[in-house]
Design a protein around this ligand. Structure first.
Ligand code: NCD
Length: 303
């Protein structure tokens, strides 16, 4: 993975994924014991959209490796507000950092930006496109909770605009997973994602109701309806709250790990938080060792 850009999960092989997850497991054993790994390495953060977990866990990860961040800060306080292009912004940041993390509202932004820089550029979410590093921490969490090979997973919610779904679905094809996609018809997988999945020979099924498949699942991945991507507020209101998972939904379903990239709005009832189903906070916490592993691999030649 050395000095490569991470713009799409489609480019991650099973070998890449396993190398990252195995190293993450080493870091997770004691995240505080690795500040000698990448001393002085600088990670540039360029977030053009809100973020809590991704931004903070990348910052924690590089600091745990002995490095630090240089942060563009809020868009309003940067020269983006003066009209600077994305290409110029990342070209400037690469002079200040050994790798760049970019989150942007436009699908394809990370791939475009990566063409302008030599340091590794990491896609931390490009509109309704992809979010490959979230996928690594999702896979890490699923591997711990249910195993990956031959997994049967339900993925529910906003499959149209949910970038974490697009990345995860593709990455899971490396593990012969059987994937059940559950959404309202208006928020089904985009044709391009379905096409890419079909091209890998993936086993996928699409549903509009969760109950008929629940019993078959080894894991359930819940997503937020991506309100900010809806062209029309009334379209959002028509589907909001349709797939709320609560204690009644999971009544009689034992041992089903429930994941969510977070933030949740009302897709998972708080009454599940204290149950064995709840893996979503641990999932968010796994962002640190997983991003440590990714940065450690990408910055291999950094001394
Ligand atoms: C996700 C994102 O930004 O795509 N959040 C995250 O990074 N954990 C999911 C979401 O916003 O719903």
């Amino acid at each position: 993975m050395r000095r490569e850009h991470i713009t799409s999960a489609n480019a991650l092989s099973r070998g890449d994924i396993e190398a990252a997850l195995d190293r993450a497991a080493e870091f997770a054993a004691d995240p505080t014991a690795h500040t000698d790994r990448r001393p002085g390495a600088l990670l540039g953060l360029a977030f053009f959209e809100p973020s809590t977990r991704t931004r903070m866990s990348f910052a924690a990860a590089i600091k745990r490796l002995g490095g630090d961040i240089v942060d563009m800060g809020p868009v309003e306080a940067s020269s983006v507000s003066k009209g600077e292009s994305l290409a110029d912004t990342v070209r400037v940041i690469e002079g200040y950092a050994d790798a760049v993390v970019l989150r942007h509202p436009s699908e394809g932004a990370a791939t475009m930006a990566s063409e302008f820089v030599d340091v590794p550029l990491i896609n931390a979410g490009d509109g309704a496109g992809q979010h490959p590093t979230q996928t690594l921490l999702d896979l890490y969490t699923i591997r711990e909770a249910a195993g990956l090979d031959g997994l049967t997973i339900g993925i529910v919610g906003d499959l149209k605009y949910g970038r974490t779904v697009h990345s995860l679905a593709h990455a899971l094809t490396n593990f012969d997973a059987e994937q059940h996609f559950i959404s309202p018809e208006t928020l089904a997988l985009p044709e391009s994602v379905r096409y890419d999945l079909d091209a890998t020979g993936a086993t996928i099924e699409e549903h509009t109701a969760i109950e008929p498949v629940l019993e078959e699942l080894d894991a359930l991945y819940v997503t937020r309806i991506q309100q900010e991507r809806f062209p029309d507020e009334s379209e959002y209101r028509a589907v909001a709250g349709e797939y709320r998972i609560d204690a009644a939904t999971l009544d009689g379903v034992d041992d089903l790990p429930v994941l969510h990239p977070l933030p949740r709005v009302d897709e998972i009832a708080p009454e599940l938080d204290g149950t064995d189903h709840a893996h979503y906070f641990e999932q968010a916490h796994n962002g640190v060792p997983v991003r440590m592993a990714l940065l450690d691999l990408l910055l291999e030649d950094h001394r």
